[in-house]
Design a protein around this ligand. Structure first.
Ligand code: GLN
Length: 496
């Protein structure tokens, strides 16, 4: 097996156990792959730091964990990860793909990253993304677009495009993304990997540079449902540094995935799968539709009960999201003023007045970020708050109610992740509305704070991956991972 060709953490650990591979060799192999295939997936590579981590682990295994196998010592022993550049890592440049944070070196590490590193994971680098996580194609990065792992004329999806492309192209084993309206699930689907967003509040956002705080969540991007479950359970839990985290029990989700997989597809028997009428809209690509129809048929033939459901407020989802998200963004991004945060550029240092200073600092935002700050500032301005933000929050509540009543009848809900497969670079970048519609299927679950996952199920005629979107009730990650594992079994593990 090529050294970086592993699909599961358990395979890497077997190789460590048998003595055929060391963490240092594994880390090297990913850097070789990174250099040989320029996808622009990394903004910052952390080769020295990663090798030092690998050496430390090897050393600890001999001294501290004598006699233990790597996986017993630490559940993520020697697992090389890519970290989206919206998450801080102490001492490592963190840019959020923005010129305004070009030289920012944070003095602390995001809780989620810290938990993974404590469990033995190695950080290979900081992944390219849309600036401040605003986008669906990874074309909005100040560091240039990310290339699709198999089709160089296509986008990898966004905003966690670097995280997705690098996993699919074996430039890191797994990665972290963040999802506000679909930014983990969409690129996972476009690149043919697994991407999961947990229930809002499961994973601490401490150290996650904020875009829209009531929606943002960190999640794993992996090559298997089992590994997504493992990373998620390690990152989850209440954090005194983030008051929105939940004090809810975290189960051994990866063990339940394995149990499900041992049992086989008979696990579908009795599973109530909801298919929302509103999700099969016009404009959905026929090959995407066929792939979803066919997987639903397969679930049915394995004993799943397919139930047609209605989520009547779906039509307002994109509009609601773009009021809530831009409003919160305009507030969160006000801290980049060149005083509190934000690079004080040479031009700003020569500013003639305070206003001039602000203009010169803020000129460093890209055009999509500026568009959203302007829209959000308008939506929150006096006299408009009630008409926009308050109204959007009310619609959001209705959408949550839609899900609650649907979950009276079903265990999980399925839909496509995106109406299309990966589109061409430049195809939608001139038309923000077209771009915003890419998230039509992922946004409702974000607004409702629900756990959801994208699992690769097929490829279109051009070989572009198609993902299935599964949504579970709040805090029902066990059920979500179980359903994801069953789908993976059904398609025979279809990651690229
Ligand atoms: N594409 C959506 C947006 O541009 C979602 C982004 C995200 O989830 N971070 O806002």
């Amino acid at each position: 097996m090529a050294m970086n060709n592993f699909k599961k953490i358990s395979e890497i650990h077997e190789a460590f156990d048998s003595g055929t591979l060391t963490p240092i060799e594994l880390v090297h192999s990913y850097f070789v792959e990174m250099k040989s295939n320029p996808l622009n997936a990394f903004i910052t590579e952390c080769q020295d730091r990663a090798l030092a981590q690998a050496e430390q682990l090897t050393h600890d295994l001999k001294s501290k964990y004598q006699g233990k196998t790597p996986r017993v010592a630490k559940p993520l022993f020697g697992i090389p990860l890519g970290i989206k550049d919206v998450l801080t890592v102490d001492g490592v440049r963190t840019t959020c793909a923005s010129k305004i944070l070009e030289d920012y070196i944070p003095p602390y590490t995001a809780t989620a990253v810290q938990k993974l590193e404590n469990a033995g994971a190695i950080t290979l680098g900081k992944m390219n993304m849309d600036e401040f996580a605003m986008g669906s194609s990874n074309e909005n990065s100040a560091f240039g677009p990310v290339i699709h792992p198999t089709h160089s004329d296509r986008v990898p999806g966004g905003s966690s495009g670097g995280s997705a492309s690098a996993v699919a192209a074996k430039q890191c084993f797994a990665s972290l993304g963040t999802d506000t309206g679909g930014s983990i699930r969409l690129p996972a689907s476009f690149c043919g990997i697994v991407g999961m967003k947990p229930t809002y509040g499961r994973i601490s956002r401490y150290g996650q540079i904020a875009f829209a705080s009531s929606l943002d969540q960190i999640g794993p991007m992996t090559q298997s449902v089992e590994d997504a479950a493992l990373l998620c359970q390690i990152m989850s839990g209440e954090d005194p540094l983030d008051s929105t985290t939940l004090n809810a029990p975290v189960d051994d989700w990866s063990e339940s995935v394995r149990a499900e997989q041992r049992r086989g597809v008979s696990g579908f028997s009795g599973l109530r799968v909801g298919v929302p009428q509103e999700y099969f809209i016009e404009g959905i690509h026929p090959e995407v539709k066929n792939a979803i129809d066919s997987i639903i048929q397969k679930m049915k033939s394995q004993g799943a009960e397919i139930v047609s459901i209605s989520l009547p407020h779906t039509q307002y989802a994109v509009a609601t999201y773009y009021v809530v998200a831009v409003s919160e963004a305009s507030s969160n991004l006000s801290r980049y003023d060149g005083v509190k945060f934000g690079t004080r550029s040479a031009a700003a240092r020569e500013a003639k007045s305070l206003e001039d200073f602000y203009k010169k600092i803020r000129a460093n935002f890209g055009s999509e970020v500026k568009r959203r700050i302007i829209l959000g500032t308008f939506a929150l301005s006096s006299g408009y708050y009630d008409a926009y933000y308050r109204r959007a929050s009310q619609v959001r509540r209705l959408m949550r109610n839609d899900f609650e009543s649907a979950f009276q009848k079903v265990d999980v809900i399925v839909s496509p992740v995106c109406p299309t497969t990966a589109f061409k670079l430049g195809e939608k970048s001139k038309n923000p509305l077209q771009m915003y519609l890419s998230d039509i299927f992922t946004i409702p679950a974000s607004l409702a704070g629900l756990p959801c996952i994208s699992v690769p199920i097929a490829k279109d005629q051009e070989g572009l991956p198609i993902g299935l979107h599964l949504i579970a009730p709040r805090l029902q990650e066990t059920l979500l991972f179980k359903a994801g594992a069953l789908v993976e079994l059904l398609v025979g593990g279809h990651t690229s």
